[in-house]
Design a binder for this molecule. Structure first.
Ligand code: C2E
Ligand code: MG
Ligand code: MG
Length: 705
């Protein structure tokens, strides 16, 4: 039948049949643009014809139907076949409904498809009663949002789609902050109103393809398809926060303001299945809540681990004091002048009934976070004072004992009283107790810190600044705070003998402390070389494994009884001994050099590597150094350049081949070396030059650097 031959009457009849049909009808062109909708469709979807004409039927999509479903549909239609199926759509007001859809392609005379004719059946009307149960099984009756079951089903399907397409999926867990107190104060009815209001707002900002579900109570989950973790997501989440934060009108004239804790997990990075992803988003949300709420946290794997062990830890740590599971170890502090033990630092350990001795690093930070540090800190102060008392009673010498204070404890108003009581109960003079503070403990509130320190100083106790150099504000605070002693952090000591930067920091800190009238102690001293370096640069005290590890109280007492002390070897008259250091990685050459200087009356030290040489330099006062240029790890010039920084008064000679002449000239010009000799050397000449070098080293007007 030719179009232009359709009788007008028939056309009119068909038009009326469509217009008055109780089933929704829609006609689109072959590209899917809507050309006609009947009133039943307007009524069913809530859209006016004027809004729909020219639009794409995607406007009805709920986002809950999988990509595969639509692909299947289009395959049939494009093949010129009609298609029938059931799918979930969404009305203009956001409400979901199931419809049975039947689409037929309309062919023009030439056979090609020109339009699609769709007849729909709104199953939620049709099956209203039958569906009630099904509806309740998938939707939350209060807010009309999909429920957990629904969310799970669409998450599983979305994961399949994402896996097939290689896209990402974002799961956002939203939880209202302090909703419980709102519930308690305003009552359930109002709280329900709030939830409905929040759900509406969220519904208003999520995209059509997203799934927004209510899990339980005040928890919602948003499933964002085809999203990547980027600024757009961050902006979208920010938008959610802002929207929720706007005051919400509840009962007459009553307004509430709410904030959200938001946790984010992403497929496939944070999990491959629905359970793992939901759990990850939930953990991230809990972390956001812990951080004070009104914030967004992205899932990181450590959350998993820390949640489990933290839970365990918290419940056990709560009773650690009353169960008597804490012990104090004491690490001796020794004078670098006399070599004698002058004090101890009390270091806490947790004697766990199953896990054994747990170091403080594994529970102190957590205890600080949770506030459980306060009873622990109190216990430490009291126990350290009691221990001092017991040692005295046993006839041991009176020593100062250092106790670490946590930031929280330091800012606690009752701290001075606790300290005063612990001292008086045990008959200890305040000056024997040293409280160790860290810069970070004081940084939060510097004026407050100054007041507390004044109160503590008023008691007569000594204060020390722990882990010096690891904070930010070292210099400014040093002069302002009433600190008696500075403890240089072990991170600087570790490589003080071969890292010129740390060596300079250490020497500068010592000089500065002394200028400010404070004493200085080095932490973590493990080698003779480190100790010798510190001693040479006038550091007052040290503590570290070199002398002793932290010990149980009885072992510490034994050490005192034995009179154990630091012995400084071979330094008497060393000042005057002319010492020559020979460095070469080839033992043959080293041997030859050693023989060359055999009869010269010098003390000759030899090293096979730059590292070994640096060690010897820390331990011994050396005036002249001869180093091979070609050595593995560090060349002679690199080594001597460091030595120039560490020991500028030494005279430095390099042995090398001609090929390196440029490098050597440059090193001479920089003052890193004094002379160079080519291999093989002229023995006579080398001996003469070394003799001259010692003469130069003995004079004070030589400046190589
Ligand atoms: P800290 O106050 O800087 O204590 C020095 C740490 O360095 C101790 O670790 C000690 O065992 C360790 N150490 C000492 N000499 C050496 C060494 O030569 N080499 C190395 N590698 N380490 C050395 P520990 O006992 O594990 O304590 C760690 C931290 O825990 C302490 O650092 C302190 O900040 C904290 N802490 C310890 N006891 C308490 C306490 O009773 N209360 C509080 N609030 N914190 C404590
Ligand atoms: Mg300490
Ligand atoms: Mg320290």
């Amino acid at each position: 039948m030719k179009e232009n031959l359709i009788p007008a009457e028939t056309s009119r009849l068909f038009y009326l049949a469509a217009e008055q049909n109780s089933q929704p009808i829609m006609i689109t062109d072959r590209d899917g643009r809507i050309e006609y909708v009947n009133p039943a469709l307007e009524q069913s979807t809530g859209y006016a014809a004027s809004e729909l004409i020219g639009a794409n039927p995607r406007i009805f999509q709920s986002g809950q139907t999988s990509l595969a479903f639509y692909q299947e549909m289009w395959k049939s239609l494009l093949a010129g076949q009609s298609w029938e199926g059931e799918l979930l759509n969404r009305r203009k007001n956001g409400e979901f409904y199931t419809e049975c859809l039947s689409i037929s392609p309309l062919h023009a005379e030439a056979g090609q498809v020109t339009h699609f004719f769709a007849v729909k059946q709104d199953l939620s009307v049709f099956r209203n009663k039958v569906c009630k149960v099904e509806y309740l099984a998938t939707f939350d009756p209060l807010t009309g949002l999909p429920n957990r079951g629904y969310l799970l089903a669409s998450l599983i399907e979305s994961i399949q789609d994402a896996a097939a397409s290689g896209h990402e999926l974002t799961i956002v867990h939203l939880d209202l902050d302090h909703f419980k107190s709102l519930n308690d104060s305003l009552g359930y009815a109002v709280a329900d109103q709030v939830l409905v209001g929040i759900a509406d707002r969220l519904r208003g900002i999520v995209r059509r393809d997203d799934v927004l579900a209510r899990l339980t109570g005040d928890e919602f989950v948003l499933l964002l398809r085809d999203t990547v973790l980027d600024v757009h997501l961050a902006e979208a989440l920010k938008r959610i926060q802002v929207t929720i934060a706007e005051p919400l009108m509840v009962a007459a004239g009553q307004e509430v303001s709410l904030t959200l804790s938001i946790g984010v997990a992403v497929y496939p990075w944070d999990g491959f299945d629905s359970d793992t992803l939901l759990a990850a988003a939930n953990l991230a949300m809990v972390a956001a809540k812990k951080a004070g709420g009104d914030t967004i946290h992205y899932y990181v794997p450590e959350m998993q681990e820390s949640m489990v062990s933290r839970f365990d830890l918290a419940s056990q740590l709560r009773r650690v004091v009353e169960r008597g599971e804490l012990v104090l170890y004491y690490q001796p502090q020794v004078s670098l002048i006399s070599g004698e033990i002058v004090g101890a630092e009390a270091l806490v350990r947790w004697l766990h009934p199953e896990k054994g001795l747990i170091p403080p690093g594994q529970f102190i930070p957590f205890a600080e976070e949770t506030g459980l540090i306060l009873p622990i800190s109190d216990w430490v102060v009291r126990t350290a004072c009691r221990q001092m008392h017991d040692w005295r009673a046993a006839g041991l010498p009176r020593l100062k004992v250092g106790v670490n204070l946590s930031a929280r404890h330091f800012h606690l108003a009752s701290l001075p009283d606790t300290v005063a009581l612990a001292l008086s109960e045990n008959g200890i003079e305040a000056r024997y107790l040293e409280l160790e503070l860290t810069e970070s403990a004081m940084m939060h509130d510097a004026p407050g810190a100054v007041r507390i320190m004044d109160r503590l100083k008023g008691l007569g106790v000594r204060l020390s600044l722990d882990d010096f150099g690891t904070g930010f504000s070292s210099l400014a605070y040093l002069s302002r705070f009433a600190i008696d002693l500075i403890k240089i952090d072990q991170s600087f000591i570790r490589d003080v003998t071969d890292n010129p930067i740390n060596a300079s920091i250490v020497t500068a800190t010592i000089a500065m402390a002394h200028k400010l009238g404070k004493n200085i102690i080095a932490e973590g001293v493990e080698t003779e070389a480190q100790m010798a370096f510190l001693r040479r640069h006038d550091c007052d005290e040290m503590q570290g494994y070199l002398f002793s590890r932290p010990l149980p109280a009885s072992d510490f007492a034994a050490l005192l009884r034995e009179g154990k002390r630091l012995v400084f070897q071979g330094e008497e008259g060393e000042e005057q001994t002319r010492t020559l250091l020979l460095v070469d990685d080839e033992p043959m050459i080293l041997g030859a050099l050693e023989r060359l200087f055999h009869r010269e009356g010098y003390r000759v030290l030899t090293a096979n590597s730059a590292r070994e040489a640096l060690e010897l330099l820390a331990l011994n006062r050396v005036q002249v150094i001869i180093s091979d240029q070609r050595m593995p790890v560090m060349t002679g010039i690199e080594f001597l350049s460091r030595v120039k920084d560490l020991y500028p008064d030494t005279i430095r000679i390099v042995l090398s081949g001609y090929s390196e002449i440029e490098t050597i000239t440059e090193a001479i010009n920089r003052g890193a070396i004094w002379k160079y000799f080519t291999k093989p050397w002229d023995g006579e000449k080398l001996r003469d030059e070394v003799c001259r070098a010692f003469r130069l080293a003995g004079t004070s007007d030589i400046h190589l650097s």
